[in-house]
Design a protein around this ligand. Structure first.
Ligand SMILES: [Fe+2]
Ligand SMILES: [Fe+2]
Length: 192
């Protein structure tokens, strides 16, 4: 099984466990041994979601624009905190503060992503697509092992959503909302 929503949950569990593992460590070399692969995975996971998952959510999710805007903004917060931690030696006060910031931002983000974006996608994507995207998600992560060739700079959420909608052939509504989901929303509420 390579259902992308399940693979994303697997990474989320890896994050929770790795952050928890840090709680039990004090020596800088041990902290670094757990943190460095965790930091790489945080960057690779966000980039893989933005490359493989969110472009497809935008095409079919009921509340995809808001979910994607939130997610990309959250990914920026996580990327910023990871980058800040990389500027300091493992175990230093500044490192601990940045890791705490990454953990808090990531925990909040995972809850929203799981309850909103992933749930929305399961309702609107067929099993075959979920499997196909899972294979792409794994391939992206393998290709960028060690977070190489990944741009960890901020991604402008509005620009990202507009770009994905343009690629999907959707027209922005021009009223500030980027314009999808209204019809699906009303049909789901049972409106005539
Ligand atoms: Fe995620
Ligand atoms: Fe995410």
């Amino acid at each position: 099984m390579t259902d992308i929503t399940s693979l994303i949950l697997d990474d989320h569990e890896r994050f929770r466990r790795a952050f928890a593992e840090l709680d039990d460590l004090e020596r800088p070399d041990e902290l670094a041994r757990v943190w460095e692969p965790l930091a790489d995975l945080l960057d690779r996971h966000a980039a893989a979601e933005e490359a493989v998952f969110y472009p497809e959510l935008i095409q079919r999710g009921a509340d995809a624009e808001d979910e994607t805007l939130d997610a990309v903004g959250d990914h920026n917060d996580i990327r910023d905190a990871v980058a800040e931690a990389r500027r300091h030696p493992a175990g230093s006060a500044a490192w601990h503060a940045a890791v705490r910031q990454a953990r808090t931002a990531n925990s909040e983000h995972m809850a929203e992503e799981e309850d909103d974006a992933l749930a929305d996608f399961r309702k609107h994507a067929d099993p075959g697509l979920r499997e196909e995207l899972g294979r792409k998600f794994l391939a992206f992560k393998a290709e960028h092992e060690g977070a190489k060739d990944i741009d960890t700079g901020d991604v402008d959420p509005e620009r990202y959503v507009a770009e994905q909608e343009r690629k999907a052939g959707k027209k922005p509504s021009g009223d500030g909302s980027l314009g999808i989901g209204g019809l699906k929303d009303s049909s789901e509420r049972g409106a005539p």
